[in-house]
Design a protein around this ligand. Structure first.
Ligand code: CTP
Ligand code: MG
Length: 204
């Protein structure tokens, strides 16, 4: 019993000193969280902006696929796409300016990275809608996991194709893990806010 207590005490000591201590755990965790968020801002912005200003001509021009269902559906419009990508790029431009002006120690965006992330996020969203329709899910239907990660897959895939050097140097493994944790949490929160404000028809 004595040995066991000693063991637990030592374990707690190690936890306290090395794992939960501010310098070695909490600060790196928060800085990884901030870096992950900073990288993803140009990809996170387009979806809510599209929901705010979307409408008008659908991207698929009302056309149907060979299965008789819409190619993308009424939830994907040119106005949403253009406004979403434009505001995503503007926010990324602001981030580039902030880091350049104040020298903040944050991941470095470039004009290419913010454009690819913003456009990729909404292309991922369109890709998801395409597969959603093929599975017979109606516009707005819930599709867990795909609904949350479509923007990450689209943004990273497009950046990997056109600017792999930037992607591989900025997205380290800890940042990637943080993005995978942060994205569904933010997605859900923003959609609930959008739903409560009446901007989104569904809270997902
Ligand atoms: N939106 C848009 N154009 C886009 C993306 C989104 O106009 N390229 C707008 C639409 O009004 C859409 C809303 O943003 O209804 C919410 O987007 P999202 O949840 O992605 O679309 P859903 O309506 O859920 O459609 P889907 O089932 O195809 O995902
Ligand atoms: Mg939806």
């Amino acid at each position: 019993m004595g040995n066991f207590n000693l063991f637990i005490c030592s374990l707690l000591e190690i936890l306290e000193c090395n794992i939960i201590s501010a310098e070695s755990f909490i600060i790196p965790l928060l800085s990884t969280l901030l870096a992950a968020f900073w990288i993803m801002v140009p990809a996170y912005i387009p979806n809510p902006v599209a929901a705010l200003c979307g409408g008008g001509t659908p991207i698929d021009f009302n056309r149907t696929w060979s299965d008789g269902r819409r190619i993308l559906g009424d939830g994907k419009t040119y106005r949403g796409l253009v406004c979403g990508v434009a505001v995503g790029i503007l926010c990324g431009g602001l981030q580039i300016w902030l880091v350049g002006t104040y020298g903040w120690d944050l991941p470095r965006h470039t004009f290419a990275s913010v454009t690819l992330l913003a456009l990729g996020a909404l292309l991922g969203d369109m890709g998801k809608s395409f597969f959603k329709r093929r599975l017979g899910k109606d516009r707005g239907a819930k599709w867990p996991i795909a609904d949350q990660y479509d923007l990450v897959v689209g943004a990273f895939l497009l950046t990997l194709i056109f600017d792999p050097a930037w992607l591989l140097s900025e997205i380290t493994l800890p940042i990637l893990v943080m993005i995978l944790i942060l994205t569904p949490l933010l997605h859900r929160s923003v959609n609930i806010i959008g739903y409560l404000c009446g901007v989104k028809k569904e809270p997902w």
